[in-house]
Design a protein around this ligand. Structure first.
Ligand SMILES: *Cc1c(COP(=O)(O)O)cnc(C)c1O
Length: 445
């Protein structure tokens, strides 16, 4: 057995026993092998595997601010930030204190609480389209609930989604379409019956589809952050709003990434288009498991117990997750978003420069506090077909070169890059410096 934690040695090594889960005392290979023997692929979310970049993941022991440490004690400047769930930096003192305080009062009750009431109020105040909010445990649960609600509310079955958008592991939304053309219902993964996606229409991003009265809902990432980063073109979201209104379909914004990251009011606050329903996850839980659906009172009234659309969850509105979410939202004011936006703009500009100097064709598009990365000579993509032209082999080289420099990117070429409050100027300078060398390695195949 590997000694995953050994407080006397930890103390001797200068690390705090309370925080220690083995940093510096274990071996990535050994721990990961044990994980592989007990967990399929050694990971609990398949995107964490290094399938597309090669190699094996570093096993995290702990994290603080912009840094994570693996079990061998290697330090990485972290641009993954739990795929966007973390915005204040890891183990932010306000979140840690809120979690600790909440935990001493019990971890789940099966009854209403004041914290869930306050978090719902905080969402309503920031995102006015969310007159009512229901909490659950993940973004996946939020999108599956929103779809069920839209279908139950409208009495229609068809759902429209966009190529390259991601809405979690929800059967009805795991549909694959042929590129470029509208395609009905091919399962996007094994295990999804054709029947589950028979009413799911997949269309290209950034083009307004013509709908008819069979459509219950259009669900869209208002800024697409799961195919690198693709901004909505002028008129796209307005056009979707108008087309949904024309046929009486609901417009659902999947703001699991953009909510409370692009600004206090999320993508809808920034872009000025109002959906009927919004899904949240990631930032709204301050790094704890959470999801939420918000929307017009009339639509939300179709959810049980008021209406006929069932929803329930043993841990939904969890006291610890809502405490962490409240602590995070409390700190996220306009000044913080302004600061993050400046940092993201600077990181994008500097990375563009060092990649050009290294002879690596790359672009780092931004929308406010969000940033993506594409390698290759293509113009900045506006849809999935264009995003797919990114050079995945070059990304794998860049990824491993950055990791060797002590900078952790997501192990996949289509993830957004997450900058948070802990990525101060010194951190950004170190990332840029690492990238200037990694870009040379990536450029030289
Ligand atoms: C991450 C994500 C989800 C799924 O959320 P989970 O909490 O991982 O289930 C849904 N939609 C979007 C846009 C996401 O980025």
């Amino acid at each position: 057995m590997i000694p995953l934690c050994d407080p006397p040695r930890c103390e001797a090594a200068g690390c705090q026993p309370a925080l220690c889960v083995g940093a510096g005392l274990a071996d990535n290979d050994e721990v990961f092998e044990r994980s592989v023997a007990a967990i399929p692929g050694g990971v609990n979310s398949s995107i964490r595997a290094f399938s597309s970049v090669g190699g094996r993941p570093y096993v995290v022991a702990r994290a603080e601010g912009a840094r994570v440490w693996d079990v061998e004690g290697n330090e990485y400047l972290d641009l993954v930030q739990s795929y966007g769930a973390i915005i204040l930096g890891h183990a932010h003192p306000a979140v840690v204190a809120a979690v600790a305080e909440a935990a001493t009062a019990g971890t789940s009750y099966g009854a209403p609480t004041t914290r869930e009431m306050k978090l719902a109020e905080a969402v309503r105040e920031r995102v006015p389209s969310c007159e009512r909010v229901r909490f659950m445990n993940s973004g996946t649960e939020a999108t599956s609930t929103a779809i069920r609600l839209a279908r139950g509310h409208t009495g229609r079955d068809r759902v429209v989604i966009f190529h390259g958008n991601f809405h979690g592991a929800t059967d009805a939304l795991l549909a694959a379409g042929g590129s470029g053309v509208a395609t009905l219902g091919l399962p996007g993964t094994a295990g999804v019956p054709a029947g589950s996606v028979a009413e799911t229409l997949v269309v290209p991003y950034n083009r307004v589809p013509e709908l008819d009265e069979s459509v219950a809902a259009v669900i869209v990432e208002p800024v697409a952050a799961n195919m690198g980063l693709v901004a909505p073109v002028d008129g796209f979201l307005d056009g979707l709003r108008a087309e949904c209104d024309r046929v009486g379909a609901l417009l659902i914004f999947d703001e699991v990434i953009t909510g409370f990251r692009l600004g206090r009011g999320g993508a809808q606050g920034r872009l000025g288009v109002t959906p009927d329903l919004t899904t949240f996850g990631k930032v709204i839980g301050g790094g704890l498991p959470i999801g939420a659906v918000g929307g017009r009172a009339e639509v939300m009234g179709s959810l049980s117990p008021l209406g006929p659309v069932f929803h329930a969850g043993t841990l939904a509105g969890n006291p610890i997750a809502t405490a962490a979410g409240l602590a995070a939202l409390d700190l996220l004011d306009d000044a913080v978003y302004g600061l993050l936006e400046e940092r993201v703009a600077r990181l994008s500009r500097r990375l563009t420069e060092v990649c050009a100097e290294a002879g690596l064709a790359a672009s780092f598009p931004t929308v406010g506090t969000l940033m993506g990365m594409y390698l290759g000579d293509g113009a900045t993509p506006t849809d999935f077909a264009a995003a797919k032209t990114t050079d995945e082999a070059a990304y794998a080289r860049f990824f491993h070169a950055m990791l060797a420099e002590g900078v952790a990117l997501a192990p996949g070429a289509y993830e957004a890059i997450f900058v948070g409050l802990a990525h101060d100027d010194a951190v950004i300078d170190r990332i840029v410096d690492a990238a200037s060398r990694a870009a040379r390695i990536a450029a030289n195949g």
